[in-house]
Design a binder for this molecule. Sequence first.
Ligand code: LLP
Length: 424
Amino acid sequence: MRFFHDQSGILHAENVSLAEVAQDVGTPVYVYSAGALRAAAREFRAGLHGIARKHIAFAVKANPNVAVLHLLGNEGFGADIVSDGEMRQALAGGMRAEDMMFSGVGKTDGEMIAALDAGVGQFNLELEAEGVLLSSLAQARGKRACAVLRINPDVAAGTHPKISAGRSANKFGVPVGEAGAVYRRLAQLPGLDLRGIALHIGSQIGDLALLEDAYRAAGAFVRALRAEGHSVTHVDLGGGLGVAYHSAEHFPAPAAYGAMVQRVTRDWDVTLMFEPGRLIAAAAGVLLTRVIWVKPGAECPHVIVDAAMNDLARPALYDAYHHFAAVRPTRHQFGANVAGPVCESGDTFAKARSIDAVTRGDLAVFHTVGAYGASMASTYNSRALVPEVLVDGDRYSVVADRVEQGQALLRQHLPNWLVEHAPA
Ligand code: LLP
């Protein structure tokens, strides 16, 4: 966490005091470190140094902020997108359409047309019918769409069931046993340039052996396709590498991942594509929050903070752990629950955890929230949409405004017929 560190007793993001950010922008607010993003991007690329032909695309869903995407574009990253909205985010961030892969199991006709018109570099097909439709949409525009077929290798990812994606029961990809026949048919379509395969077995993966199993299945499939006479030039290995959320956790470093990939893919002779999300952005962000109350509880006190499950959904959704730390830590700790103001018990960030002792008005952060933090925020309980700040050295800027509830009200309408028929 060297980009988030103590200076004179106050937690800083690089050289910017989080107390100053809170004063200036208010809380809750996400704060990202540009240095941490660059460091993670470079470490990932360095881990793959032995791989000659590669394309790295950031999974936009992890953090779609335009400033973040712009920074990663400057690091040579493309974008892995799953909606028209993500494509627009990445374009607005200055990324090139040809450096984008369009993944996702439910691309609409409109989204495929928009991506074809923008010149998106690759479509990752999830089912045969999608390929047939894409071919005809491309043909109607006088184009051929570059595509790869996503296979489902039916391997475990050893991760939370809600973010596992590579078992046959999951909705993703074509079962590897059927994929040969599907590939054969799709390869004949006039509007498609089918150039390889894709896979992505899940997220927050800690065991390289599971990824290796999946990649070996992909390698066997590539050999089988070539034996049938297909030319296979691209394999998209997806994302999924996990990060440590807790200081006691250990996850494989990008260098170990890169070494495994190099070993497994040595004789594939393809361009390898990568779609990391969490690994690039998670450690680069904190959620800065203020303690509203320390409320006495039956077993331990409830620290009620002004951030809630609508701002950071991961604990409520996946029982995820995010380290909680005071911005001005004293040497004291106490056992407490940490919860937000939303009216459900799931709005809890920590249960009976030993945390920095805090009191009403204190500032604190949740760590490792740069990925799947702001991107999953909502306005539940009619709360504001959380703002985002990017720090770079001693500079910082608001890169996403707080969307106040009043703005949300502007898009809602009282129908005349409802008002007119109201009882007097
Ligand atoms: N490629 C595809 C096709 C994906 O579906 C995903 C993530 C990625 C790449 C990036 O995976 P990563 O490198 O970030 O693991 N909201 C959940 C994570 C959902 C991941 C969905 N797909 C969470 O907060 O843990």
